[in-house]
Design a protein around this ligand. Sequence first.
Ligand SMILES: C[S@@+](CC[C@H](N)C(=O)[O-])C[C@H]1O[C@@H](n2cnc3c(N)ncnc32)[C@H](O)[C@@H]1O
Length: 138
Amino acid sequence: MTPSTAALWRLASRCHSLPCPMWLRWLVELDNPFTHTNRARFIVETLALAPGMAVVDAGCGPGRLTVPLAQRVGPDGRVVALDIQPGMLARARQKTEAAHLGNVDFVAAALGDGKLPACHFDRASLTKDLSLEVSASD
Ligand SMILES: C[S@@+](CC[C@H](N)C(=O)[O-])C[C@H]1O[C@@H](n2cnc3c(N)ncnc32)[C@H](O)[C@@H]1O
């Protein structure tokens, strides 16, 4: 994989529904130093989270936001991390385990499949989900 292949995917994903491939997960995990508003810290702060909240991280990818979200809501809170790619979920799970977080549930599904647990969410993150299509059922 080369930077030009990554650029090609970014371009193509603007016109077609192409989930970010696993081999490009480094691009997602990179907290872009040039775009302040894309950084995990900024996004999580913007959500004004409080301990005990329930959050859905839709299209969680490799868990860039899942970990700080789970840390912010604390052990009494809950994060549901959903992604259509099992490889991305595996990477996100690996990170939450490394951070000793036990308050994250992982759901392998597309948003709109109706697989989210029927519960109340205080916040929802749909960040950098370039190809994500949301249906009314979720
Ligand atoms: C570019 S990554 C962003 C990851 C994370 N939100 C972040 O900001 O770091 C987009 C993720 O959305 C997932 N995705 C795309 N379409 C989806 C859908 N319809 N339902 C669930 N996940 C989806 C992809 O598999 C990919 O892991």
